[in-house]
Ligand binder design. Structure first.
Ligand code: MN
Length: 239
């Protein structure tokens, strides 16, 4: 999946099926318009004026949040991708750990802020029937789902996010806490192939020689599986 595909997959990963079922909106949804253009991640425009949410969310706070903080994630994400490309060209992976962290930090920051701006509206908003039905099924009552969401968001330790999510295995709504956001890599990215490097996965055979286990995994890797998942993810993202 290209970078644009990854972006477009966000809504498929985070409650997108509800949004998709609701609408004629383009795949990827309006929250991602302007988030990736001409091969670079870009700062999307807000769907409202800076003063539109005042007094609940003051214009100056919103403007700084958007033009400094969100823009910083976008800059950092592009810069990190450039550094990763340089590392690959040089065959020098000495800085792969901090660069991977930077990728998750800036990538998650960019994508979550794109969704965040569209998670607020000046007009106020009733819960649409489809979402209400899902909330009643999974939480009992709409109000309970909202209370649960607010309580979880309030209780996020340190920096982070409250997230209402769609979990497609059980087709279930879940409320998640996202501590920081880099710890959970890029929200919305669809895993295609995963290698377990918890010690339980290899210690009995490889002891502390994780590199040997990873080399073994690379010989075992099922790229056909990854390719089929890529096709499914592209389809879900409308590509
Ligand atoms: Mn923020």
């Amino acid at each position: 999946m290209g970078a644009g595909g990854l972006l477009a997959a966000v809504e498929a990963g985070c409650g997108g099926r509800l949004a998709a079922a609701a609408a004629e909106a383009p795949a990827g949804g309006p929250a991602l318009d302007g988030a990736f253009e001409s091969g670079k991640y870009t700062l999307p425009k807000l769907p409202y004026a800076y003063d539109a949410l005042a007094p609940l969310y003051e214009a100056r706070t919103l403007e700084i949040h958007h033009t400094r903080h969100h823009a910083g994630y976008v800059r950092g994400l592009n810069a990190t991708l450039d550094k990763l490309a340089a590392a690959r060209s040089a065959g020098d992976y000495a800085a792969i750990k901090p660069l991977s962290r930077d990728l998750a930090f800036h990538g998650s920051g960019h994508l979550l802020h794109c969704l965040f701006w569209h998670s607020m509206t000046a007009k106020g908003s009733a819960v649409p029937a489809d979402l209400a039905k899902a909330m009643e099924r999974d939480f009992g009552r709409v109000e309970t789902a909202q209370e649960h969401f607010a309580a979880a968001t309030n209780a996020v330790e340190g920096s982070g996010w409250g997230v209402l999510a769609y979990e497609p295995v059980a087709e279930k709504l879940l409320v998640l806490q996202c501590e920081k956001h880099q710890n959970l890599t890029i929200w919305g990215a669809v895993p295609l192939l995963v290698a377990d490097v918890w010690e339980h996965a290899y210690y009995l055979q490889y002891a502390n020689r994780r590199a040997d286990w990873v080399a073994a995994f690379m010989k075992l890797a099922n790229w056909g599986f990854a390719s089929r998942r890529l096709a499914a993810a592209r389809k879900a993202a409308g590509h």
